[in-house]
Design a protein around this ligand. Structure first.
Ligand code: PHE
Length: 365
């Protein structure tokens, strides 16, 4: 008996509470209809009061689950009505007040006022240097070629005369990529010489091309090394191309890039794909402490590797080494840009710090 009574009592309480909430909705509907706002700020405050995350309308929606089942429909309809009304009304107040401040802004049409500075982006130093190098070589007839960043063993190593056991093929240097469609082993290219193989395979000499692009090596990241950097490699294949031709082209490049009085020297070196091979240094100077540091006390700065294309490489690409010869060279854009702009930490290129990047907004290209 007591139990039934209790349940009945509870019913009464629910019903009373429901009536109260319904009245509250009606009250708010009237209130919303007569809302006024003198400024955009007041309109925004009204929006927060009625429609905000903790606003009155949200609060009533939260009560919805307490409404007795048979009244849910009626309550829901009125509540939605309130919500729509509030949205319309507040949007109207907003557009009215914002237009007003808009007309206040028109008073700013005083043409003698100083203008507002529009921030302009700048090119990345690597893009600037890349473009400058490309311009220097395209002026003397080099074309631009590009190729895939994920390469097969043939184009990155084998065609370039890397012996099977060459350390560059090691996990230590190369990022290998699993190909889920076949057993073929792929790698992130370690240099853009791979593009040159593709060009030689698909074009007849004479070939005169440069290949700019991203390359990847498994190196610990530090001020002087990164696992990703940019290269520009060059290739020239024709009849009777000599080492002297290469030297003259590289001197032309150095003088265009570093200034008319730039000097270069070639030091013997080794690359599997060139024979003979050399390292190119440019004269930097040895006048102060920073020159000492940058050039390791020699005054010369190493800027690229080069050499005469090995006959084996030509053969691998179906070019007859008895008829044709050629030279190749390759340089790292980061390294060259570091020297040009006095940047001493490679990591700065990739941090996207606007304080660093803004310094190049005055540079051309
Ligand atoms: N491929 C070489 C490297 O990545 C550079 C190079 C290119 C050297 C062509 C000689 C000739 O270091």
């Amino acid at each position: 008996m007591g139990l039934t009574c209790n349940i009945a009592n509870q019913r009464i309480t629910f019903a009373a509470q429901f009536r109260y909430m319904l009245d509250k909705v009606e009250e708010l509907i009237q209130e919303v209809k007569s809302l006024q706002a003198e400024s955009a700020e007041i309109a925004e405050n009204l929006r927060i009061k009625y429609l905000g995350q903790k606003g009155l309308v949200k609060g009533l929606f939260a009560e919805f689950r307490n409404v007795p089942h048979e009244s849910k429909k009626e309550f829901g309809q009125r509540l939605n009505q309130l919500k729509n009304l509030a949205e319309e009304k507040i949007a109207e107040l907003k557009s009215l007040t914002e237009n007003e401040s808009g007309s206040a802004q028109n008073e700013l049409n005083d043409l003698t006022l100083p203008g507002v500075e529009v921030p302009v982006g700048s090119r990345h130093p690597l893009s600037l240097v890349r473009q400058e190098i490309i311009d220097i070589f395209t002026r003397i007839g080099f074309t631009i070629s590009e190729g895939p960043e994920v390469e097969d063993d043939w184009h990155n190593f084998t065609a370039l005369n890397f012996p099977e056991e060459h350390p560059a093929r090691d996990m230590q240097d190369t990022f290998f990529v699993k190909n889920k469609f076949s057993d073929e082993e792929l790698a992130l290219r370690t240099h853009t010489s791979s593009v040159q193989v593709r060009v030689m395979e698909s074009q007849e000499p004479p070939i005169r091309t440069i290949s700019p692009g991203r390359v990847f090596r498994n190196e610990a990241i530090s001020a002087r090394a990164h696992c990703m950097f940019h290269q520009i490699e060059g290739l020239y294949i024709d009849k009777d191309v000599s080492f002297a031709d290469m030297k003259q082209t590289l001197l032309y490049f150095a003088q265009e890039f570093f200034g008319a009085d730039a000097k270069i020297r070639l030091r013997p070196s080794y690359f599997p794909f060139t024979e003979p091979s050399a390292e190119v240094d440019v004269w930097w100077g040895l006048e102060n402490e920073s020159d000492y540091r940058i050039t390791k006390g020699t005054g010369w700065l190493e800027i690229m590797g080069c050499g005469m294309v090995d006959p084996n490489v030509l053969k691998n690409c179906n070019i007859d080494p008895e008829v044709y010869s050629g030279y190749a060279f390759g340089m790292g854009i980061e390294r060259i840009a570091m020297n040009k702009y006095g940047i001493n930490d490679l990591r700065m290129y990739f941090e996207n710090d606007v304080r660093f990047l803004r310094q190049f907004s005055g540079a051309t290209h």
